[in-house]
Design a protein around this ligand. Sequence first.
Ligand SMILES: Cc1cc2nc3c(=O)[nH]c(=O)nc-3n(C[C@H](O)[C@H](O)[C@H](O)COP(=O)(O)OP(=O)(O)OC[C@H]3O[C@@H](n4cnc5c(N)ncnc54)[C@H](O)[C@@H]3O)c2cc1C
Length: 488
Amino acid sequence: MQNFAVRQRGDVASSFEYVEGWGMAIGAHARVLRPRSTEEILRAFELARRDGVSLALRGGGNSYGDASVNERGYVLDISRMDRVLAFDRESGVVVAEPGVTIEKLWKTILPHGFWPRVVSGTMFPTLAGALAANIHGKNNFAVGTIGDACREFDIVLPTGELRTCSRERNADLFHAAIGGFGLLGCFSRIVLETKHIYSGNVRVRGISTRNLREMMQYFEANKTRADYLVGWIDCFPGGDDSGRGLIHDAEYLKPGEDAHPEDTLRIAHQELPANIMGLFPKSQVWRILSLFNTDLGMRSINAAKYVAGMLEGLGEPYLQSHAGFSFLLDYVPNWKWAYGRQRVDRGLIQYQPFVPDAVAHEVHTELLARCRKVGQVPYLGVFKRHRPDPFWLTHAVDGWSFALDFKVTPTRRAQLWKLCDELTEVVIAAGGRFYFAKDAVVAAEDTARFLPHDKLAAFAKLKRACDPETLLDGNLYRRAFRDWLVAS
Ligand SMILES: Cc1cc2nc3c(=O)[nH]c(=O)nc-3n(C[C@H](O)[C@H](O)[C@H](O)COP(=O)(O)OP(=O)(O)OC[C@H]3O[C@@H](n4cnc5c(N)ncnc54)[C@H](O)[C@@H]3O)c2cc1C
């Protein structure tokens, strides 16, 4: 976010800024309010009401699309409410303010032998943003989403009420606000369970796979043993090589397997090195990547990565720190800048369909073929296995997701959106779902087709009760929710 002016608005710090999604392809100017307490959240609601504008809630701004962008009102950024309030060293239960990041969480608990049960591929999201999106990790098939690790939260409603929610108390609001993308109220306190670990390392195997079928067979054969499974896919080749890639399979170390947990559980052991091969600063790697950010360049990089993966697949399992394994994408700071830095021509979108197990191979193969046919091949493809969860608007299914990164330029944009519309038809016809933390393209009529109607109707009823004036109304709400919520 670029800062234009900072001032106090009714005691809530605020400034006028350009606020964009992580993928940089979607953004807008907005006044950003930065509360430091529950009272200031309430005051921010009052300010928006008084000024006759809507509010979008924002955490760390790591959603790729428009989930925390608001071009017609204010943005309420909770990142300054970032204190860990309590941590029980016996049970691993953490009580935190909403703006605590995943990074701050793991750095607080790791030295005591705990690790977050669910993390995203980057450590920069806040707990509120993670809970609002109901994020999943590379272990979704085994442990569910972050919502499954949440015991309780406090939420401030636009009506001015503060509700404590859990599976036993205000259970409807608990299951709707987790994965509810900040449309019902603002989390102000979060209670999470974390996992006891016996080492700061995980044991990792690389497995090279010749096509999507092989990758899926490996996941299925190993999903009851492995703690984490994630597949990287080279989206360029077609035919027999379609979906070729590399799996990373990781397991926690059992008690006694790490002879020196006191060393590996130190934060210093987890930190990623600042230089590559001790020489080249990582902070500059995006400049080199930008030279390859063309179809030809990315075809070459993907092919080289596939060959490197084949060699890795021949090697023995190795130990890697939790942070190194979990946050691989953070290894190259600002890698997204390789997609351009000028506001007019930059950015990427991620398109991540979740498809039921029975048809996943056929559907994902079809999606890739359609991308290749129109010459819009994703530069990065990541494959994961999921399981259902009880949250009303969840993206997770008993099936598989394929996260596809597409480059956005002025010349590609219209054709790319048209392609995504076509892919969306294929996914919805197959009973698939989408994930609003990644999405930038799905329309309200699509949302109404892929989410269960009883859950949508119940969510609409809660929205009317929690937010009767529709104060919480950002770009994502207007694009993907408003029409069906109003109609329900
Ligand atoms: C490189 C990269 C890798 C990623 N990998 C994964 C992954 O592996 N798995 C995964 O699931 N996701 C992944 N994500 C997506 C990311 O985890 C989610 O977008 C997450 O929601 C970001 O949190 P944030 O704090 O940045 O929130 P933002 O992006 O700022 O906001 C996300 C949502 O939270 C809402 N919100 C913010 N604060 C509050 C609040 N106090 N109360 C209620 N609602 C609120 C916002 O309105 C918005 O709808 C990845 C993102 C990136 C950039």
